[in-house]
Design a protein around this ligand. Structure first.
Ligand code: PEP
Length: 249
């Protein structure tokens, strides 16, 4: 049994004060059991959130990291620095980072392996563009991204890996994939993992759908057999909406 996982990706939203307000609002809510909850916040808000989220059942996540432990990499943050803050999850290779910050399958692989080496759980993002989808290339694109991201990982580490299937055309657009289409692509991802690591390892990897998920549509995705949760941007920004996602998961 794979525990469902709902992760919020706050992107470049929320000051420290706003992040604390979110945590305060969450503390007024009753805890929800059976769903793993993660908030991936901007680096600046992580220390305050590490404290403010204590006792809420929400784990701390980052949105990116460098693959080296330290070095002359101005502006970057290392896995050790995230670990020290109590970060548990880190988003790797979000399509916005691939598109605007030139991340490649190679850097995604280095970061994924670095995260696993340091006991951080990577949420590895894969997904096709609209052009690729219309050309019928979805399975090939996400299959290649998945294989590249996980290349060289230890089979035993796969239980710590989360994959987020996020069709680029569905992110922040209000246009989500149908649940059935998302499930079909996610099943392809699981099959590709099984090819490289075996059925048993593939069966424990959690695979989320992401792309315009909201409290009122998350249940349809969660009803699909291969979808284990959601990575959510816009609808993760308020405590009420985040709770709606968790209750629907
Ligand atoms: C995301 O940022 O990963 C995402 C899926 O965004 P949204 O939920 O806003 O589409």
């Amino acid at each position: 049994m794979r525990t469902p996982i709902v992760a919020g990706n706050w992107k470049m939203f929320k000051t420290i004060a706003e992040a604390k307000q979110f945590a305060e609002a969450v503390k007024q809510q009753e805890e929800v059991e059976g769903v793993e909850q993660v908030v991936c916040a901007p680096f600046t808000a992580l220390p305050a959130l590490a404290e403010a989220l204590q006792g809420t059942g929400i784990a701390l996540g980052a949105q990116n990291m460098h693959f080296e432990e330290q070095g002359a990499f101005t502006g970057e943050i290392s896995p050790l620095m995230l670990k020290e803050l109590g970060v548990k999850y880190v988003i790797i290779g979000h399509s916005e980072r691939r598109q605007y910050f030139h991340e490649t399958d190679e850097s995604v692989n280095k970061k994924t392996r670095a995260a696993l080496k340091h006991g951080l759980r990577p949420i590895v993002c894969v997904g096709e563009s609209l052009e690729e989808r219309e050309a019928g290339e979805t399975a090939a694109v996400v299959g290649k991204q998945t294989k590249a991201a996980l290349a060289g990982a230890d089979t035993a580490q796969l239980a710590d890996v989360v994959i987020a299937y996020e069709p680029i055309w569905a992110i922040g657009t209000g246009k989500s994939s149908t649940a059935a289409d998302a499930n079909e692509t996610i099943a392809v991802i699981r099959r590709v993992i099984a090819e490289d690591f075996g059925e048993a390892a593939a069966s424990v990897v959690r695979i989320q759908y992401g792309g315009s998920v909201k409290p009122d549509n998350i249940a349809s995705f969660m009803a699909e057999p291969d979808i284990d949760g959601a990575l959510v941007g816009g609808a993760s920004l308020t405590a009420d909406s985040f709770r709606g996602l968790v209750l629907g998961a």
